[in-house]
Design a protein around this ligand. Sequence first.
Ligand SMILES: [Mn+2]
Length: 245
Amino acid sequence: MNDAVFISDLHLHPEETEITERFNHFIKWAAKNTLSVYILGDFFHVWPGDDALDAWSQSIASQLSWLSDQGVKLYFMPGNRDFLVGKRFAKLASLTLLNEPTIITLGNTKLLLVHGDRYCTKDISHQWLRRITRNRLFTTLFLRFPYALRSAIVNQVRRRSQMNRSKPPANMVIIVASMIKHMEQMGVETVIHGHIHQPGITKHTLKNGNYYQYVLSDWDDNPLLMCYNKSSGFYFDLMLGELEW
Ligand SMILES: [Mn+2]
């Protein structure tokens, strides 16, 4: 049994049926294998606001809520695609919303949780967009737009991003200096993030010590799950089990 499992970048969308099936499988896996789940952003590929709730997203919410009923604590940090996930969805899915960034402690490790896009500091246009979209005044105003208009805007973004789906944009790169600076500011030596879809564990050795970077995977093929338990520490796992995909 794990104390925590970290996932991100599922990019759930009603047209992506395989990813939805993987998510369904994950729910059953998580009920048996972890005490808590941390979702670190881009859970949904697009989310125009909680009034986007339809039969498909209601079913996602009810599965999360079922998992919570099994005693699994659920935490949700929005990413750059689902920053409009709000209290209504959180309540329906029985999850706790987390600010970005958030610090938690597991065992003796202080962990910095972020989505990851904040470290893509070479991507000037994204950082500009990020400042706007993570601004509460902007989100409040944007949510007053008619739903159809918001939906059209976010779907336009989706179409554009699908065109270069096979290769992530060159500017989607973590700038390590920006990341370490943030970790120093936050007083941590370990960060967990997603966004760049390049899973791995990297140790950065600097004069003043070591910094550990855990990067989460996307869900396009076989997602790797970042797990933590007291005896094994942090490790990547696959959703194995008796359930067929
Ligand atoms: Mn992202």
